[in-house]
Design a protein around this ligand. Structure first.
Ligand SMILES: [Zn+2]
Length: 270
């Protein structure tokens, strides 16, 4: 049995800690900061065996060096070095800290444990972005969010559309562990795109109630995203028409619908 626990960091990041059964070995995904992770490990008598990185943005890697100061022999697994144009000015130079680079189709086994992951390349938010899949759980960083998706930093609308389609083709029951608590904001936008869709209205009310109680709105699931996330519904007539209305022109391909929605959310939606 794989337990997944969120550790909150910065204003709205989640660092995911994976533990099998009650064993003390854990895998850390995207350590934004070291302090809350080290505290969680110490409080629960846990030992990290590996760090997995979805992409190199600072809010996914900022804690790596400090965790390695305390646990110097654990592996750090992440994408190969991306072109420099991918890096934000505040990103840390993590490539030197990655001990094993992985990419599309690779399998990750953590020696001495039963942790294993399948690597899926999902470029779009950044060129180097990866997802890690294990036991019907997908850790997808800043690509697919609950109710939305990541912005385009160095990838293109075509790439992101393909990557979201890839995630959308996973079994519906696959649980989605993304890296930010953006759900309520995203569903607010989803309601602009498809105001009549009861699945979205109902989910929005549910997630808002969770947020008001200070609860984590994750994980989501692929099935839930396919029914409530406009970025996963590019072929739906209502979504396409809303995107065309925003763009003021006919949109042919899915990636054009995606591009219009992304721009709409980035610039006009408040
Ligand atoms: Zn990012």
């Amino acid at each position: 049995m794989l337990h997944v626990t969120p550790v909150s960091a910065l204003s709205d990041n989640y660092i995911w800690i994976l533990q099998r059964d009650e064993l003390p070995q854990v895998v850390i995904i995207d350590p934004t900061e070291a302090k809350p992770v080290l505290q969680y490990l110490s409080d629960n008598s846990l030992t990290p065996v590996s760090i997995l990185i979805t992409h190199q943005h600072y809010d996914h890697t900022g804690g790596v060096a400090e965790i390695l100061d305390v646990f110097p022999y654990i592996s750090v697994i992440g994408p190969a070095i991306a072109p420099s144009k991918t890096a934000l000015s505040i990103d840390l130079p993590i490539p030197r800290l990655i001990t094993f680079t992985v990419g599309e189709g690779d399998a990750v086994f953590i020696p001495g444990t039963d942790f294993k992951f399948e690597v899926i390349a999902i470029p779009g938010h950044t060129l180097d972005h990866l997802a890690y899949l294990t036991e019907e759980k997908v850790f997808c960083g800043d690509t697919l969010f609950a109710g939305g998706c990541g912005r385009l930093f160095s990838g293109t609308a075509q790439m992101m559309t393909k990557s979201l389609g890839r995630l959308g083709s996973l079994p519906a029951e696959t649980l989605v562990y993304c890296s930010h608590e953006y759900t309520v904001d995203n569903l607010g936008f989803a309601k602009w795109v498809e105001p009549e869709r009861s699945d979205i209205v109902d989910r929005d009310a549910l997630e808002m109630a969770k947020q008001e109680k200070g609860e984590v709105t994750l994980p989501s699931s692929i099935g839930l995203e396919l029914s409530t996330n406009p970025f996963m519904r590019l072929q739906q007539t209502d979504v396409k028409q809303a995107a065309e209305k925003y763009a003021g022109k006919t949109l042919q391909d899915d990636w054009e619908v995606f591009g219009a929605l992304r721009e709409w959310k980035d610039t006009k939606y408040d």
